[in-house]
Design a protein around this ligand. Structure first.
Ligand SMILES: CC(C)(COP(=O)(O)OP(=O)(O)OC[C@H]1O[C@@H](n2cnc3c(N)ncnc32)[C@H](O)[C@@H]1OP(=O)(O)O)[C@@H](O)C(=O)NCCC(=O)NCCS
Length: 179
């Protein structure tokens, strides 16, 4: 994946050597469930997920510029047939709770959107969060997405969870850009 740089972050390929950083936040009970996945039960769990992410090559490691420490991930995903034929992808993200509340994810999303529209030339980027996930709602709002609809998705515990879905079109993005 192309390395992307922001003021405080470097978004780069995940590596097997990131395993410890990755496990350290993926095991926390307050992170995965907000994004629909079960907290990792062991470092072996994290190794399997990390291997899958490296193979699929859709996700950047979010690293601190100063230390190269992995503090989260952000990805652009093709979730369904519609995405594939409509030149659109869905952005998904997770951040270690130690770093919440500093505007880091908005910074990462801004750069991924720039890449999505200007480099990949996507027509639309989608984003969704569960109804209870006010923190992600704020990231979506600050990133200028527009609400489209609610839909139900599988949660890791077997239940269905209601998701608020949003979109940002290339036309709106380019129209709203000041630089
Ligand atoms: C959603 C998430 C990525 C936000 O990242 P972030 O870099 O903290 O985002 P911001 O700094 O812009 O903060 C977003 C909001 O959360 C609030 N917030 C920060 N820390 C918080 C905390 N510990 N508890 C509750 N709210 C908090 C902030 O005040 C902010 O709201 P504001 O803009 O009205 O002030 C992060 O909370 C996260 O990874 N959560 C778990 C996984 C997840 O939900 N992923 C998204 C799935 S859709």
């Amino acid at each position: 994946m192309k390395t992307l740089v922001t003021k405080r972050l470097i978004l780069r390929d995940l590596r097997y050597s990131d395993l410890e950083d990755f496990y350290n936040y993926c095991k926390k009970p307050n992170i995965g469930p907000s994004a629909g996945w079960k907290p990792h039960q062991s470092i072996e769990d994290s190794m399997k997920i990390l291997r899958m992410m490296i193979t699929e090559n859709e996700v950047w490691a979010i690293t601190l510029k100063e230390t190269d420490k992995v503090i989260g991930t952000i990805g652009l995903h093709v979730r369904n047939f519609d995405n594939a034929i409509s030149n659109q992808k869905e952005v998904g993200y997770v951040l270690d709770d130690i770093y919440w509340g500093q505007g880091l994810m908005v910074e990462a999303v801004e750069e991924v959107l720039r890449y999505a529209f200007l480099d990949l030339e996507l027509d639309k980027v989608l984003c969704g969060h569960s109804l209870a996930n006010i923190q992600s709602k704020r990231v979506v709002e600050k990133s200028n997405f527009s609400y489209t609809h609610n839909e139900f998705r599988d949660h890791f515990d077997g239940s269905q969870i209601e998701i608020r879905m949003y979109e940002l079109t290339k036309a709106f993005y380019l129209g709203g850009r000041t630089t």
